[in-house]
Structures are given as structure tokens and as C-alpha cells.
Design a protein around this ligand. Structure first.
Ligand code: MLT
Length: 300
């Protein structure tokens, strides 16, 4: 046996199948933060999704810890700086959920443009009032964060015959059908904005009041990456006054919500939130489990 692995969140069983010949595995998908702090000293590898936070204290208590594995893409729930300081490797599964996230993003764009959510809610009450929406064809889709997922969203939404603009603070390649713009231009020109950023644990908000004030009247904002890309308190004002006609998001600042501004937001008709389902398909979860297990074996 190589060592001991603690799996802290629900992960596809293919991960255990791949690791079981080499590692002793404990599967505790509901482990509390307190229990984790107590037991982490016994493990060489810890596997988490987004629920479990690998804080400085967890790392300090993990005297034998060699690998922190994130079964997913974002590592913002891990204190990566402290892990590096302690020479603990952090592995994750880049690209493993792209298809699933792209599909949910396109669905959310249509939900926002056609008030589908409200319509479905109404028909449950036998209210068949016709709600008027907006076609996506000819509109400008602004991608905030033009990485792997941002690019795949553009490719998939070409079927809608939209115009594409994108902003990324990093030097990335733009195909000829995507115009590279500044953040201000993205705010001013987009009819629909898709947020596809990667954030670190301490990344500052990207969109504060200053940026949000530049939005086009009636813009739809879709977020399938991290809520902390936007200052939620600042955003509330633009949701209430209708400048943002729809906010369709798979991510929230706290999941579940606990702050006052979050509770207020959840009550608004133009706010449609799903419970972080982007990578939650059987196909993506299998790919994530395989890639994460392979990365653990390779880094061991
Ligand atoms: C990810 O970063 O992989 C996604 O947000 C999905 C998840 O955390 O489960």
C-alpha cells in the first residue's frame, strides 16, 4: 500500500476503483470541518469537492499530508499558498466538466432571455399568461473570462448567430469571430454576459458598482463559475431597478445563502439560481473522478 486517502465529498466510485489497489481509502462524504481537523493527521492524501474547505488549520494538522486533490476545477476552497509553503502538492481535474458547464450555460441564457423559469412557475399555479422574451440572434454575448469554458461557450452558442466579444485579463488567443475588448467595453456592449472566471480563495471582486453602472439597460447575466466575481451587495441595486433584466446563476456567494443581501436577492423575480449543478452530470463526475485519481497516482 502507498498510503491513506480520505475522500471528503461525494465522488464517483470509479475513483475508489482506480485507487484501491494502491491506497487504503476512507470515504466520508459528509465529514464536518471539525472532524476533518481531528482526523487529517492520519492521511497522506485528501480528496475534496467544493463543500470541504482545506484551510491553513487543516493543512497544519495534516502532518503526513502529501497531496490535496480537488475533484473538480476550482481550487478556491483550498489554501494553495500555504499548501505550497508546506510542499504539499495540489492536483485537480482541469477540462473535465467543460461539456456539462457549457450545456447548462446555454440553457441559462435561454432561460434568462425567455423568462422560462417564471413561465414554468406560473403554469404550476395554472396561470398560462404569455410572457414576452428576447431572441438571442443578433445580440452581443460578452464572455468574461475567456479560458477553456468561455471559448467552448462561444463555439456552442454560434448556433444562435450572436456577436461575440470577450475580456480576459490574461494574454489568451481570440478566434477571428470573437472581438477582444476591455472590461468597460464588455460591460457597455453586451446584451448577455456569461461569467466564466477562475478565482482564488482571496481574489477580489471583478465587478463592483463602478463596472456594473456601465451595463447596458436590460442585460442578462449568467454565471456558471464563481459568485465572487461579482460584488453581490453592489449588484442588488441593479437587479432591483431592472437594469439587469435577468440574473441566472449556478453559483451563489454562500451556498446556501446566509447574508441579508443574498436572502433579498433570492426573492426577486429576475433572479434565478440553481444549486451549483454545472459539473453535476454522471458523465462529468466520472471524468472528474478518473482524472483526479490519475493525478494522485502520478504525483505520488
Ligand atoms: C468546479 O470547480 O469543479 C465546479 O465548480 C464544480 C464543483 O465544485 O463541484
Amino acid at each position: 500500500m502507498y498510503g491513506k486517502v480520505l475522500i471528503c465529498d461525494p465522488v464517483d466510485t470509479v475513483m475508489t476503483d482506480k485507487l484501491k489497489d494502491k491506497f487504503e481509502i476512507d470515504y466520508k462524504p459528509k465529514i464536518s470541518s471539525q472532524e476533518l481537523l481531528e482526523v487529517i493527521k492520519d492521511y497522506d492524501v485528501v480528496v475534496v469537492r467544493s463543500r470541504t474547505k482545506i484551510t491553513k488549520d487543516v493543512i497544519s494538522n495534516g502532518k503526513k499530508l502529501k497531496i490535496i486533490a480537488r475533484a473538480g476545477i476550482g481550487v478556491d476552497n483550498i489554501d494553495t499558498d500555504y499548501a505550497e509553503e508546506k510542499h504539499i502538492k495540489v492536483v485537480y481535474a482541469p477540462g473535465s466538466s467543460t461539456e456539462s458547464v457549457v450545456e447548462i450555460t446555454l440553457a441559462m441564457m435561454v432561460i434568462g432571455a425567455r423568462s422560462l423559469y417564471k413561465g414554468m412557475e406560473n403554469t404550476r399555479k395554472n396561470d398560462f399568461t404569455k410572457l414576452k422574451g428576447m431572441e438571442l440572434e443578433g445580440k452581443t454575448l460578452g464572455i468574461l473570462g475567456f479560458g477553456r469554458i468561455g471559448k467552448a461557450i462561444v463555439d456552442a452558442s454560434r448556433t444562435f448567430k450572436m456577436k461575440f466579444i470577450a475580456y480576459d485579463p490574461m494574454p489568451v488567443e481570440y478566434p477571428e469571430y470573437v472581438k477582444k475588448v476591455s472590461l468597460d467595453e464588455l460591460m457597455e456592449q453586451s446584451d448577455v454576459i456569461s461569467i466564466n472566471v477562475t478565482m482564488r480563495k482571496d481574489s477580489p471582486y471583478i465587478l463592483n458598482d463602478n463596472e456594473l453602472s456601465k451595463l447596458k439597460e436590460g442585460v442578462i447575466i449568467v454565471n456558471t463559475s464563481r459568485a465572487r466575481a461579482i460584488n453581490g451587495k453592489d449588484m442588488l441595486k441593479y437587479l432591483k431597478n431592472g437594469k439587469i433584466s435577468a440574473f441566472v446563476s449556478d453559483v451563489f456567494w454562500n451556498e446556501p445563502a446566509k447574508e441579508e443581501y443574498e436572502m433579498e436577492m433570492l426573492k426577486l423575480d429576475n433572479v434565478m439560481i440553481t444549486p451549483h449543478l454545472g459539473a453535476q452530470t454522471k458523465e462529468a463526475q466520472k471524468r472528474i473522478a478518473i482524472m483526479t485519481a490519475d493525478n494522485i497516482i502520478n504525483e505520488w
